[in-house]
Design a binder for this molecule. Structure first.
Ligand SMILES: *Cc1c(COP(=O)(O)O)cnc(C)c1O
Length: 440
């Protein structure tokens, strides 16, 4: 399968090229040339299949021409080492819990898959592949843990000093091994600028192999379609799979776009709801047809604080730029912080279910938008304990911290302090490269 760029000015790429480059040379996002339908027999028998079996079938429609089935199976079974269960919350409302992976957030699925696919495509090459990633919190932990212990790949996570929560920080600064955390004296934008500059530095790229692992990479984005099929399978087992509405807490819109791909492949979903926090650029687009990116605003659902969602380009390409078709498939809503806190409180009071701030947005949009006769699923994208203070304030009781999170929190911080000057960053990278070279 070939991949084209949403900007339409770059040559078609192979899967390997799309995965190792992330971004197309014209600055666009890679999109698969075609979206094949899954066989009818697949959706008919899906309730009898395991998560891994379902994922393999879905993966074969995208990656089957490029990766032999046994290798693809290895990547998938290794990636999906945890479950994504459906949990009933109230009448007609279910939570798809995507937080049972190593960093307790849904980004684990895409990050683990991408790490394994990148390793697969580069295993014949000599020398280390260096993954650079800038993070404002959650991406860093998912990517670092996704790549942890993968041979031939070293990850550098750049994060702004004092600007990510202690829990988030602990998830990528305590790992060691092939993961290096760089604590930048600056903002998230500075971190991103450093990474961007490194990628465009031809001298540096001639010395070391650099790649990114951001959420626009096709190997991070497409695997997210797996759990939409799995959610459907679980609803079918319950006899509740008709008139399904799925509500997705959205920031960069990778997650919901993967759902839309699943739907295009033949997954019987009635419609989607895109839930926004105060960064309501997409909601505004749904209502007006005008897309107006803005500076992001900080909210309590901070992984959704995105002012110019990258995957909007993929949604446009999927619907051939038709606002009319987009609003037929996707509904939306947006919520301020106080509504999000109240939602956490109300859902706990009414249903004894604890939401995290992101899931809370999706739950709210679902309860506001669900119509008679519809069955609703919202995506619970992070474990509530990752946002302990906000959630405890809202529900008025202490949370139990999962063991995995506890281990991160008690781990030793290993990050390396650094200025926000590019010369310092570059010098450091080259020195690491030289050290690595000497060891070999
Ligand atoms: C990243 C993230 C989101 C937003 O997902 P997108 O794919 O960027 O729309 C929602 N919730 C959590 C917890 C996240 O980490």
């Amino acid at each position: 399968m070939k991949y084209y760029s949403t900007n339409g000015k770059a040559p078609y790429a192979s899967l390997k090229e799309a995965v190792t480059r992330s971004l197309a040379p014209d600055g666009g996002l890679y999109v698969p040339e075609q979206i094949k339908n899954v066989p009818d027999s697949f959706t008919e028998n899906i309730q009898d299949m395991t998560f891994q079996e379902i994922a393999l079938e879905v993966a074969k429609t995208f990656f089957g021409d490029d990766i032999p089935e046994t290798d693809l199976k290895g990547i998938i079974y290794d990636t999906l080492s945890f479950d994504c269960p459906i949990v009933k919350v109230s009448d007609n409302i279910w939570s798809l819990e995507l937080y049972h992976g190593p960093t307790l957030a849904f980004k684990d699925v895409g990050a683990r898959f991408m790490a394994r696919m990148l390793a697969y495509f580069t295993k014949q090459e000599t020398g280390t592949i260096n993954v650079l990633v800038a993070t404002s919190g959650d991406t860093g932990s998912a990517v670092a843990n996704g790549f942890l212990g993968i041979d031939g790949i070293h990850v550098y996570v750049l994060y702004p000093k004092d600007k990510v929560s202690k829990i988030q920080e602990s998830q990528f600064t305590t790992l060691g091994n092939n993961i290096t955390a760089l604590e930048i004296d600056g903002t998230f934008d500075d971190c991103q600028a450093l990474v961007k500059k490194a990628f465009s530095d031809t001298g540096l790229n001639a010395t070391m192999r650099l790649t990114s692992a951001n959420s626009i990479n096709v190997a991070r984005f497409l695997p997210q379609s797996f759990y939409y099929f799995y959610a459907y399978a679980q609803m079918k087992r319950l006899g509740m799979a008709d008139n399904l509405v799925i509500s997705v807490p959205s920031g960069n819109f990778g997650n919901i776009t993967a759902g839309l791909y699943a739907w295009q492949m033949g997954l019987p979903i009635e419609r989607f709801i895109a839930a926004n926090n105060a960064n309501d650029i997409f909601y505004h687009y749904l209502r007006t047809g005008t897309y107006e990116p803005r500076q992001s605003i900080q909210t309590i659902a901070n992984a959704m604080d995105v002012g110019n969602p990258s995957n909007f380009a993929r949604i446009l390409s999927l619907f051939h730029n038709s606002h009319e078709n987009i609003i037929k498939a996707i509904d939306g809503n947006a919520y301020q912080d106080n509504s999000i806190s109240q939602a956490i409180s109300k859902c706990y009071k009414d249903s004894h279910y604890i939401l995290d701030p992101h899931g809370a947005c999706a739950w709210l949009a679902l309860t506001d938008g669900l119509q008679n006769g519809e069955h609703g699923i919202f995506l619970e994208t992070a474990h509530p304990a990752k946002f302990k203070d906000i959630v405890e304030d809202a529900i008025g009781t202490a949370l139990t911290i999962p063991k995995r999170l506890e281990e991160f929190i008690n781990g030793k911080k290993l990050s390396i302090p650094m200025t926000n000057r590019y010369e310092d960053f570059k010098k450091y990278l080259i020195s690491q490269q030289n050290n690595a070279g000497r060891k070999e």
